[in-house]
Design a protein around this ligand. Structure first.
Ligand code: HEC
Ligand code: HEC
Length: 215
């Protein structure tokens, strides 16, 4: 008998279970504990997801709450202009990426940005302040696209996954996202939590979320 005839029979109460059952390949809904805005779930919150790829994808989505935060995206643009503030407006005063991502010879990023925040002048700072290279751009990209490029040695500065974990957990420009100075919104959670999520993502096999997934 055709499947659709079987389902017609369900109307008279027969075979109802067979017709209600979801198709075998349907992904199971994931129920994660809720977290307030501005906080992150810890890796343990994902332990109930048994499938490694599904768990890795969910862990990366959680980490992308940080990756897509203005404190991070503003320094990871796809063009020559850093962004500013929570609305991501273009850098004012006008500055340029330059050939080495450090500004133009006459006006390097570090002419203004010092090794720490200069709060009286509103200038944010951290050691070696400069733009992420274009191949590491996140502005306007999906978590899926960012995940793919972060894993790709041709686009991630030839880093191993272990080096990505290390960078996430300890880099000083990353750290600035949680101590941005002058009343700026900090990135969600803490750098230690962000590093732990990226570490757990790698240990689960570093699969990426689907293109349409959002944190
Ligand atoms: C001042 C600019 C600046 C800020 C702010 C910044 N980054 Fe970056 N980011 C960089 C630069 C420069 C690199 C390239 C470093 C390298 O390759 O050695 C980079 C690279 C990375 C990488 C490695 C990506 C890859 O594909 O290899 C990660 C992960 C990262 N940043 C995370 C963050 C996070 C998370 C934040 C916010 C909490 C952040 N960054 C904020 C400048 C910045
Ligand atoms: C002439 C001084 C000057 C130069 C040069 C300069 N900046 Fe800035 N930058 C500032 C000031 C001032 C702010 C703070 C603006 C504000 O918040 O009102 C700022 C803010 C930023 C922010 C925004 C942080 C945030 O999330 O709100 C980023 C990112 C940034 N600069 C990156 C760079 C990079 C990369 C370079 C070099 C290509 C650079 N800047 C060169 C003065 C400068």
């Amino acid at each position: 008998m055709q499947p659709f005839l079987l389902c017609l029979l369900a109307g008279v109460g027969l075979l109802a279970a067979a017709c209600d059952a979801p198709p075998a390949e349907a992904p199971k809904p994931v129920h994660l504990p809720p977290v307030p805005p501005g906080e992150l779930r810890s890796p343990e919150a994902f332990a109930s997801i048994r499938d490694n790829d599904a768990r890795a994808a969910s862990l990366f989505l959680e980490a992308s709450k940080v990756l897509l935060h203005p404190r991070c995206v503003n320094c990871h643009p796809h063009d020559g202009v850093p962004r500013q503030g929570d609305s991501g407006g273009r850098h004012n005063p006008p500055v340029e990426r330059g050939q080495r991502d450090r500004g133009l010879a006459a006006l390097e990023c570090t002419s203004c940005h010092q090794a720490q925040n200069l709060d009286f002048a509103r200038v944010p700072g951290a050691p070696g302040w400069h733009l992420a290279p274009v191949e590491m751009a996140w502005l306007g990209r999906t978590p899926a696209a960012i995940c793919a490029q972060v894993k790709d040695p041709a686009r991630n500065g030839k880093k191993t996954l272990a080096q990505i974990v290390e960078h996430s957990a300890h880099d000083e420009l990353v750290a600035w996202g949680w101590a941005p100075g002058h009343g700026r919104t900090k990135a969600p959670g803490s750098q230690a939590q962000f590093g732990a999520l990226i570490d757990a993502w790698v240990k689960a096999g570093a699969a990426c979320p689907p293109e349409e997934a959002r944190p």
